[in-house]
Ligand binder design. Structure first.
Ligand code: UDP
Length: 330
């Protein structure tokens, strides 16, 4: 199939491009390079274009007959979304409408959307399945939920079929060491812990040890980036086979605490990691774990890298590479 990967120069999108090419698909990557890196796009055609640029989008859709579109491009910092909601609603919601409108105008009917566990807000229960009500608590989560709702209406009105994949904590890196996470600023736990292990940072701060969890630190469901990408491949195949619009929660189903992640990073890296206890970060639920049974039964998804140490090991290999080549960071 010919697939447009929007945000293919970013963390998850760049892994997706690699997986699609390996699976024999033809790939066009579209990215504004505002947060992505051109050298993270390992093959296929590349177009630099912002989703705000409707004429630019139209041109891309005129030049290519896409069988499907995968959309990874969004701003992802929860704290920033609270301070600058305009940025998040415009980029994550309004600009996504531009993309959907281009699809409708050019008759492209299959869409895979990168959604998030943040659509659920403070969970009513865990593990979180798809029946859990959505009540996002910050502009980031709301912007993603708005897209999910718009997609349901675009299906009814225009027959655009969409699968929303709600990632829990995307983590790890390309097992071959070619790609990895390069956020600036980095806010995610695993890369930060590993930067503390490699010496790029002096220490890791633990945001709260007084949660209602066995060791008092927050529990999250870390899911390997390649497993997320595999789910996208299966979602695209499902739509190509005539499947209906749907949404799936993607996680390992295993929660790990912040302390367990630090312990894994010590084991994998063999390095000493300085830890500083800090106050809670606002808006952090104690426990976020996915129930991904539907993705398994409906899409046939099976996470290959579910082991925390393997996730951390792949991220550590990438961190060593970044640490050796700091100029690559951009
Ligand atoms: N966390 C932490 N120190 C950090 C970064 C994150 O203790 O420097 C904690 C954070 O409070 C949360 C977990 O690690 O409980 C995962 O946070 P992350 O930002 O990676 O992902 P989120 O769950 O917010 O999407």
């Amino acid at each position: 199939m010919k697939v447009l990967v929007v945000g293919g120069a970013g963390y998850i999108g760049s892994h997706m491009v690699k997986l699609l090419l390996r699976a024999g698909h033809v790939v066009v990557t579209l990215d504004s390079l505002v947060t992505g890196y051109r050298d993270a796009v390992v093959g296929g055609e590349f177009v630099q274009c912002d989703l705000a640029d409707r004429a630019g989008l139209d041109e891309v859709f005129k030049q290519h007959a896409f069988d499907g579109v995968m959309h990874f491009a969004s701003f992802i910092q929860v704290g920033e979304s609270v301070l600058k909601p305009d940025l998040y609603y415009r980029n994550n919601f309004c600009n996504t409408l531009n993309l959907l409108d281009a699809m409708v105008a050019h008759g492209v009917k299959r869409f895979i959307f990168s959604s998030t566990a943040a659509v659920f807000g403070e969970p009513d229960y865990v593990p979180i399945d798809e029946a859990h009500p959505a009540h996002p608590i910050n502009p980031y989560g709301i912007s993603k939920w708005m897209v999910e709702q718009a997609l349901a209406d675009y299906d009814k009105a225009y027959g655009l079929k969409a699968i929303c994949l709600r990632y829990f904590n995307a983590a790890g890196a390309d097992p071959e060491g070619e790609l990895g996470e390069r956020h600036d600023p980095e806010t995610h736990l695993i890369p930060l812990v590993l930067q503390a292990a490699s010496g790029r940072r002096p220490e890791i701060a633990v945001f709260g040890r007084d949660y209602d969890t066995p060791d008092g630190t927050c529990i999250r469901d870390y899911v390997h980036v390649m497993d997320l990408c595999q789910a996208h491949l299966q979602a695209l195949a499902a739509l190509a086979a005539g499947g209906k619009s749907d949404a799936f929660n993607l996680g390992n189903g295993n929660g790990f605490s912040v302390q367990e992640v630090i312990d894994a990073a010590r084991r994998v890296s063999g390095r000493n990691i300085s830890v500083k206890d800090a106050t809670r970060r606002s808006g952090d639920p104690a426990r976020l774990v996915a129930n991904s049974e539907r993705a398994k039964s409906v899409l046939g998804w099976k996470p290959e890298f579910a082991d925390l140490d393997v996730i951390v090991e792949h991220a550590w290999n990438w961190e060593i590479k970044m640490n050796a080549n700091p100029q690559v960071e951009g």
